[in-house]
Write a protein that binds this ligand. Sequence first.
Ligand SMILES: C[S@@+](CC[C@H](N)C(=O)[O-])C[C@H]1O[C@@H](n2cnc3c(N)ncnc32)[C@H](O)[C@@H]1O
Length: 203
Amino acid sequence: MNEIFREWTRRARRKGITAVMSVRHSDEENLSASEKMKLDVLNFLGRNYGSLEGKRILELGCGIGRFTRELALRASNVTAVDMTLGMLERAKDYTADITNITYINSRITDLDALPEFDIVFETITLLHILDEKEYRKSLEIMKSAAPYIFICEHMADSAPVSPYSKLRTFEQYEQDFKPFKLIAYDKNHYCAGDWFPMMLFKK
Ligand SMILES: C[S@@+](CC[C@H](N)C(=O)[O-])C[C@H]1O[C@@H](n2cnc3c(N)ncnc32)[C@H](O)[C@@H]1O
């Protein structure tokens, strides 16, 4: 477990967007892939969830805040959670001009007494929860936090996997989020050559 913490602390010191993306690609490739991914995710939410205006969002594994910023600019407020202090510090810097974000330094499984949210949002975080018990508990917390859950995850395909990742399949996520219903998805969402399906669940 400590090794995973150390790895994320190391990644938080990586230059630019590569802190939350693969070192298999150049900084330029990662930057343009990240811009595309932000647009894809926001468009998917706009089409399938609707406007974020007035919404209270719980973002899990916010990393350096690239989505936190976009969400906070559109929603009523964002509570952004990450277990890595170095990531949160970068996220705070990146969103220093925005006042409707609350940052929490915590593992998902250590969150308690959360207020009500309209939607739980996470990108590329569940695959880094390797321990099956912790993964299951994280999903339970997500399901209890809001009536909608959005995920965008690197899923099982032929891409190389780091020792800090566990790729699950689209079907497994669909199964694991039950009794939430999968109400919208994009199975063919590619980013920088990897497969990152998006899924929206409703209670
Ligand atoms: C690949 S980064 C993705 C960051 C952000 N969602 C994005 O797409 O830019 C994964 C983040 O999840 C955080 N993380 C991983 N496991 C976590 C857990 N169990 N609880 C809270 N944060 C976690 C890491 O510290 C890291 O910042």
